[in-house]
Design a protein around this ligand. Structure first.
Ligand SMILES: NC(=O)c1ccc[n+]([C@@H]2O[C@H](COP(=O)([O-])OP(=O)(O)OC[C@H]3O[C@@H](n4cnc5c(N)ncnc54)[C@H](OP(=O)(O)O)[C@@H]3O)[C@@H](O)[C@H]2O)c1
Length: 263
């Protein structure tokens, strides 16, 4: 996949572009089509060019990254303006059959990345609708540059993935707000120090999981009998924090399914 085009160059497209460039994918091989001046500016900063000026460019892959309300029009525009395009849709909610009904021969797949792609720590789910095996492998290699890839064998699983992983970073940011509040007073309102502490906390959690994948063992290693951690965990358990968390995730998955039915 030499030349890729971001059709829609907003939040997620910029995160993916930055991750690709960090991974040595040439910015000169990434193009955009976007009507929003603020996003055009941000893309230019990344040295990504507007496609219209380079119409002779052979496009290997289109990434559809517009909001669901704009997706079908944008998709039709690609079909009208380019011959035999291969299209990856980042769009939440709109099922493959809604796109493929316009032309059954198009190579089309759905991919759901998250914004951690910017730091090459992304998790991208892929559900293949009609890509050839060879091109699917190329797309998979492309997304492996920005993190890990999860192949889904059923399109409905994208809703579960979206509610858990797509939305996932926000759940942790939300939980960290409780830390931020207390750390601010601990660090005499030194926001820089507070941020550094939160980064180490979360990075340390990640590294611990890298070293030992058993979560119960990791908890055991922190909690000692009658200690502070045990007291904290006991309180969480008595209030069924895990059930509350699971309920929140289920609500996000339910919303993703609802959006699927709205389009
Ligand atoms: N944000 C995430 O973390 C994330 C993660 C996974 C998947 N997604 C999916 O990715 C898609 C994009 O999300 P986003 O948050 O990146 O959206 P966004 O920031 O609004 O970016 C979309 C961009 O596409 C432009 N656009 C829309 N239709 C166009 C058209 N016909 N021609 C030219 N430009 C057009 C928009 O311009 P205007 O602003 O003028 O409309 C906007 O600049 C969504 O469908 C979402 O479900 C997002």
């Amino acid at each position: 996949m030499k030349n890729i085009v971001l059709f829609g160059g907003g939040n997620i497209a910029q995160a993916v572009a930055e991750g690709l460039i960090n991974a040595n994918f040439k910015a000169s091989n990434i193009f955009y089509i976007d009507r929003n001046l603020r996003n055009q500016k941000a893309l230019k900063k990344l040295k990504i060019k507007n496609l219209t000026k380079y119409t002779s460019t052979k496009v290997d892959l289109f990434i559809l990254a517009v909001k669901p309300k704009d997706a079908i029009d944008a998709y039709k525009q690609i079909l009208n303006d380019f011959e035999d395009p291969k299209i990856v849709s980042f769009v939440a909610g709109i099922k493959s059959k809604k796109y493929l009904k316009f032309n059954q021969d198009i190579q089309f797949l759905r991919a759901m990345p998250n914004t951690s792609a910017r730091f090459n720590l992304g998790i991208t789910a892929i559900y293949n609708s009609s890509f050839s095996k060879n091109n699917l492998a190329k797309v998979s290699r492309l997304f492996k540059k920005i993190g890990i890839v999860m192949d889904l064998d059923n399109e409905a699983k994208i809703d579960t993935f979206t509610g858990m992983i797509g939305s996932g970073p926000a759940y942790f940011f939300y939980l960290l707000k409780s830390y931020e509040k207390k750390l601010m007073s601990l660090c005499n309102q030194d926001k820089k120090k507070v941020n550094a502490a939160m980064v180490n906390l979360i990075k340390g959690v990640g590294s611990s999981i890298e070293n030992n994948n058993n979560l119960d063992k990791l908890i055991e290693a922190v909690a000692s009998k009658k200690g502070t951690t045990e007291a904290g965990l006991k309180s969480f358990k008595s209030q069924k924090l895990n059930k509350i968390f699971e309920k929140g995730i289920s609500s996000a998955i339910k919303r993703s399914k609802e959006i699927s039915n709205e389009f």
